[in-house]
Write a protein that binds this ligand. Structure first.
Ligand code: ZN
Length: 304
């Protein structure tokens, strides 16, 4: 059982929605990340279960992947005067709602449009109750992601830069942009912060930070020596994420979605062009089935 300081609540979600952290004191309440849009009502219910009648005053997004900011629009509807603060690198894309730049097109995911009201500057510090949070840049998984660190309790809100077992897909690599070096710098920066407790973007909170860092570093070494492994991991994550959203789908339609998804097309061209896109996607579904992540039954694919 992990004890958290007063005014901090951690919501561990399933993998379709990112985890959320709720910070509150008598005058304000801040939600870090808001989950995927199909779970927005669940996010709202979780927030209300803690705040009661107190309004949510601010949303902070660590980065703008659809599973981290999908609840922004609904929360703005419910709390019209809410502030939405995002990392600086995403600001221009959000202002014009560039679905390509924000990667919603490329991943075949969706995210309801929202407006930002402020920027979360790198190096800034904000306070909620007795907790001060430092904003650190954490490129790698996403070039513009930030993570948040509280020095007094040595708590790190790590988004997808560090999980208990690994880290999020290194998305720029899919586009042929080298980002493994950034992953390494971010892991080093986390190590230097010496967190005692990590609240990750997905999965359980954990205290064995050195164990998590060594697992993350060895995963990075693996990906560097065989980018093919990262490519297959990324492709399977994209398929599984969609399946988490759909739960159950006609296999032919699912394969049609996969074949029209730009990131899967890019990965196929670079790493699996010796077979057709369709048969590669089907092979990936089969390997997800072997891993227990889905079942192919009759003409359907079912999330497991
Ligand atoms: Zn992410």
């Amino acid at each position: 059982m992990i004890t958290l300081p007063p005014g901090l609540v951690f919501f561990e979600r399933g993998w379709l929605s990112s985890n959320n952290v709720l910070l509150s004191d008598a005058s304000q309440s801040v939600l870090i990340d808001t989950g995927y849009h199909t779970h927005a009502l669940q996010t709202l219910a979780l927030v209300k279960s803690v705040l009661g009648d107190q309004p949510l005053t601010r949303i902070i997004n660590t980065h703008l992947h659809s599973d981290h900011c999908g609840g922004n629009a609904l929360l703005r509807e419910v709390f019209p005067s809410i502030d939405i603060h995002i990392p600086p690198g995403h600001a221009a894309l959000v202002d014009v709602w560039d679905e390509s730049g924000l990667t919603y097109e490329a991943t075949g995911q969706s995210c309801p449009r929202f407006e930002k009201t402020g920027i979360l500057n790198i190096g800034a510090v904000f306070e909620v109750g007795e907790l001060a949070w430092h904003v650190h840049a954490a490129a790698g998984h996403d070039p513009h992601s930030v993570i948040l660190f509280n020095e007094s309790h040595r708590i790190l809100i790590s988004a997808d830069a560090l999980w208990e077992n690994g880290f999020g897909v290194v998305f720029p690599e899919i586009e042929g942009i080298n980002a493994f070096d950034e992953v390494e710098s971010t892991l080093r920066m986390i190590e230097a912060l010496e967190p005692k407790l990590v609240l990750p973007g997905h999965g359980a909170a954990f205290r064995d930070v050195s164990g998590a860092l060594s697992r993350a570093n060895s995963r990075l070494t693996q990906f560097r020596s065989s980018p093919n492994k990262h490519a297959h991991y990324a492709a399977k994550v994209l398929l599984k994420f969609k399946l988490l959203e759909l739960q159950k789908h006609k296999l032919t339609q699912f394969l049609n979605w996969a074949q029209s998804t730009p990131y899967l097309q890019l990965l196929h061209v670079k790493y699996a062009h010796d077979q057709s896109l369709e048969s590669w996607c089907l092979d990936l579904c089969r390997s997800l089935e072997i891993a227990g992540a889905c079942a192919l039954v009759a003409d359907e694919i079912i999330n497991m």
